[in-house]
Design a binder for this molecule. Sequence first.
Ligand code: NZQ
Ligand code: ZN
Length: 391
Amino acid sequence: MTSMYYTPTRVIFGKGAEEKAADEIKRIGAKKVLIHFGGKSAEKSGLLNKVRSNLKENGIEYAELGGVKPNPRIELAREGIRLCEKEGVDLILAVGGGSVIDSAKAIGYGLYNKGEVWDFYSGKRTPQGSVPVGVILTLSATGSEMSDSSVLTNETEGGLKRGCNSDYCRPSFALLNPELTYTVPRYQTEVGTVDIMMHTIERFFHSGEGIDFTDRMACTLIKDTMEKGFIALDDPENYDARASLMWASSLSHNGLMALGNDQRGDWACHQLEHELSGMFDIAHGAGLAIIFPAWATYVHKENPDRFAKLGSLVFGIKEKGEEGALKTIEAFKECFRKFEMPLSMKEAGIDLKDSELEELLDKATFFGKRTLGAFRKLEREDMKAIYLLAR
Ligand code: NZQ
Ligand code: ZN
């Protein structure tokens, strides 16, 4: 059994990191950049103007495309590809959170590989490369700033949300200034914190060999993220809390937390969640808080001691076996509650009808073509039981 750790992203961390954008672009040798961003937040904070000035002062030409929505849509990425082709763009600079970065990654794929970009998300084709993507991160959550993943939603296919994973989309550079996250609203801080925790929790649940060092590193990340999340809620401009969350966001999803583990982790919660946020447009972290307790309740008997180990290292739970597992699940529910998360679809305002449940299951199983999970393999009936527990 081998596992791989590959992180080509050059990280520049700390106050003022965004001022290194031009240096990084020159290092790569790009001639024209697309500045890609979301709604109003980066304009309002003055960050976009800083970026524009930084590029202008260094003689770097750029085009711009804003308007990325949370749960980014493939349609805007297509618009970005057309614009970049017209403008001769050879690097995409994402200024924002996970949605902006993922949209930038889709543009990077579409520019490098001709043809319909959704093919890479629907699984029809595999990308053979990408135009480089650089990141100025404004929200600690998804880890997309170092990850091999990009998740897009296709509205014309009924809100089908699909990920494309390949090392080609790992950003060339990530500029991480924790101060840029001081303005992140309370709710986004909460869902972001849950997402960071979940990227490591999902990696913790494999069914084969693992190494204790990785388990301990993982649990430190989960515990610290939980604690720093609470501090950031009380004191949004606490540098250490925001900085810890930012670095944890990157390390939680760049592969480090699965090194030595038999598989890349379980990922059923993420996959079940993507169908939920694709169909109902809820925040990804909120969807995870709904799915994880239901999944854990359903699968914990597979290996209760694995849950107990997580509970012991994160919450100091002493009990082993079934009792330890149940206490661990309760402790996570309690934690998500404190982060003001919904713990059921109903609490998130989703009144799931039976026909919608079947639609979720069609999508989650890739229309009957896949099972989910590694800690416990889930068939359609298992997924149904989990969605029902989460309803
Ligand atoms: O659009 P603007 O105005 O910028 O506002 C955004 C947006 O409304 C706001 N925001 C971002 N930075 C801010 C800020 N507001 C104030 N101050 C700042 N500094 O936050 C809102 C949410 O942004 P978004 O990018 O959607 O959030 P997040 O980073 O949580 O990204 C979520 C998306 O990433 C996907 C999710 O499924 C979801 O689509 N994921 C991507 C992954 C990956 N590529 O590796 C892994 C994850 O598991 C996840 O699936
Ligand atoms: Zn996630």
